[in-house]
Design a protein around this ligand. Structure first.
Ligand code: PXG
Length: 435
C-alpha cells in the first residue's frame, strides 16, 4: 500500500502519519460511509460540511449522469447554457430578499476571491477608487487563496506564505469562554466586539475601506458563534460608513442553521454572500457569490458591448455542477431540509450538551445542526487530545472533524434522533478514553 500512496500529496493532512495508517473511504449512502473493507462509518460532519442532504441521493446522482451524457461542458464566457440561468434563479429564490444576482465559482475559496474583487471593483465603478482596504476577523477562515488567507485569521494558514495581500486588517474574534462557556445557542456576551470595526475606521478612515468579511458562524476555527446582537451591530457600522458587508456562508449556507442562509436565521442581510459546499450537496465542486441588485447594477453602466467584470473561471457554471445544484435544491425542497435544522436543533442541543462534565471538556456550543466541543489541550501538545478523539471515533465507526483541540459536528440535515444518540455515545466514550 505504502508505495501506491506515494504520488498523492494530500491537502491539509499529516501525509507521513496518514500513509502509515491510512483511513480510506470507498462508498457512501445516506448518513453513512463504508471503508474499502466494508466497515460502516456514521458521517458526523456531512463529508466536510457539504453533504447536507446525505450521500448518494438518487435525484442528484441521476442528474449528474444525465448531464454528462447530454452536454459535458460549455464555455461560460460570452456563452451560456440553460441550467446556469435556472440554477442562478433557484439560488436567488431561496436567498435573502433583495439578494438576487448569482456569480458562479468552483469552491468556497474562489467565491471569497470573487467577492473581495467585486467589492473593490464596485467602489471603483462608482467613483470611490480609494476604497480598496479589506477587513477580516481574527480566527476567520475564508479558504486558502491569497485573498482568503489575507482576510482570514488562522495563523497556520498565513505564516508560511509571505506578505499576503497589502491593505488588509482584522477585527477581533468573538470567542470568549470566560463569559460564554456552555451557551446553548448564540452566546449572550460580546455584541460590543463589533465596535472593533469603528476602531479600524478611526485608524484607516472609511474612505479607504471596501468591505468587511465574516462568517456568521465560524466553522473551521472551531464553531465560533455570533454573540447576540453582534451581526446587527456590524451591519449598522458598515452602513454608517459605506462599507460592504460580506457573509462567508460556505458552511452556514443551505440549511445548516435552520434557514437557507444564516443571514435569514440571524435576520441580518449582508451585501454579498459567499457559498459553496451544500449548493451541490458536495457532489460536484461549485461555489457562488450572491449579491444585491444594486451591486450588480453599479457594474451595468457604460457601453453594452463591453465586459463589465473582468473575472471568471473556465469552470464557472459547469454543466455538471449546475445539474447537480438544481437536483440538490429540489431534494432540499422536496424534503424540507433547508429548515430541518431548526426542528432538530433542540434534540441535537440536548444531546451535545450532555457531554458537559466529561473529562477535559471546557465548552460545548451549538446552533442549528452545528456543534463545537472544546477540549483542554494536553500541556505542550496542542491539537493532540482532539486528534486522538478523532482517531478513536474513526475506529468505532464515527467520522468527526477536529481543529486545534475543538471537535466539530455538522451532520447531514437528514439526521434522525437515533443517529444523534449514536454520535454522542461514541464521542463521549472516546473523550472519556482520552482522559
Ligand atoms: N469559507 C469558509 C467559511 C469555509 O468554511 C471556505 C471558505 C473554502 O472553501 P473551499 O471549497 O475552497 O475549501 C471554507 C471551507 C473544517 C474545514 O475542518 C472547513 C472548510 C474546509 C476544510 C475544512 O471545518 N471550509
Amino acid at each position: 500500500m505504502a508505495e501506491r500512496m506515494d504520488a498523492y500529496w494530500m491537502p491539509f493532512t499529516a501525509n507521513r502519519q496518514f500513509k502509515k495508517a491510512p483511513r480510506l473511504l470507498a462508498r457512501s449512502d445516506g448518513m453513512y460511509y463504508w471503508t474499502p473493507e466494508g466497515r460502516q462509518v456514521l458521517d458526523g460532519v456531512a463529508g466536510l460540511w457539504c453533504v447536507n442532504a446525505g450521500h448518494a441521493r438518487p435525484k442528484i446522482v441521476q442528474a449528474i449522469a444525465a448531464q454528462a451524457a447530454e452536454m459535458d461542458y460549455a464555455p461560460p464566457f460570452q456563452m451560456g447554457h440553460p441550467k446556469a440561468f435556472a440554477l442562478a434563479e433557484a439560488v436567488a429564490k431561496i436567498a435573502p430578499a433583495g439578494m438576487n444576482k448569482v456569480f458562479f465559482t468552483n469552491s468556497g475559496s474562489e467565491s471569497v476571491e470573487t467577492a473581495l474583487k467585486m467589492a473593490i471593483a464596485y467602489h471603483r465603478v462608482r467613483g470611490e477608487a480609494s476604497r480598496t482596504r479589506l477587513i477580516g476577523r481574527e480566527r476567520g477562515y475564508h479558504g486558502v487563496n491569497f485573498g482568503g488567507i489575507s482576510v482570514g485569521g488562522m495563523v497556520a494558514n498565513r505564516k508560511m506564505f509571505g506578505s499576503l495581500l497589502a491593505g488588509v486588517d482584522h477585527i477581533r474574534h468573538t470567542h470568549d469562554l470566560a463569559k460564554n462557556a456552555f451557551s446553548v445557542g448564540v452566546p449572550e456576551h460580546g455584541a460590543e466586539l463589533a465596535d472593533d470595526l469603528e476602531r479600524l475606521v478611526a485608524l484607516h478612515d472609511a474612505s479607504t475601506i471596501a468591505a468587511v468579511i465574516v462568517e456568521p458562524i465560524a466553522g473551521s476555527t472551531g464553531v465560533l458563534l455570533p454573540p447576540k446582537g453582534y451581526l446587527e451591530r456590524l451591519r449598522a457600522i458598515c452602513d454608517k460608513h459605506g462599507i460592504l458587508l460580506i457573509f462567508d456562508e460556505v458552511i452556514t449556507g443551505f440549511g445548516r442553521t435552520g434557514q437557507p442562509f444564516a443571514a435569514q436565521t440571524f435576520g441580518v442581510t449582508p451585501d454579498m454572500i459567499t457559498c459553496a459546499k451544500g449548493i451541490t450537496n458536495g457532489a460536484v465542486p461549485m461555489g457562488a457569490v450572491i449579491c444585491k441588485q444594486g451591486l450588480y447594477d453599479a457594474f451595468m453602466q457604460g457601453p453594452e458591448h463591453l465586459i463589465e467584470f473582468f473575472h471568471g473561471y473556465t469552470y464557472s457554471a459547469h454543466p455538471l455542477a449546475c445539474a447537480a445544484g438544481l437536483a440538490t435544491l429540489e431534494t432540499y425542497a422536496d424534503e424540507g431540509l433547508l429548515t430541518r435544522a431548526a426542528q432538530m436543533q433542540g434534540t441535537f442541543a440536548d444531546a451535545v450538551h450532555s457531554m458537559k462534565g466529561l473529562p477535559n471538556v471546557i465548552d460545548v456550543r451549538n446552533f442549528g445542526l452545528v456543534a463545537g466541543i472544546e477540549l483542554a489541550p494536553i500541556a505542550g501538545q496542542p491539537t493532540k487530545r482532539a486528534f486522538d478523539v478523532f482517531l478513536e471515533c474513526w475506529d468505532k465507526g464515527l467520522l468527526i472533524r477536529t481543529t486545534g483541540d475543538i471537535i466539530a459536528l455538522s451532520p447531514p440535515l437528514i439526521i434522525e434522533k437515533s443517529h444523534i444518540e449514536r454520535i454522542v455515545e461514541t464521542l463521549a466514550a472516546a473523550i472519556k478514553r482520552q482522559a
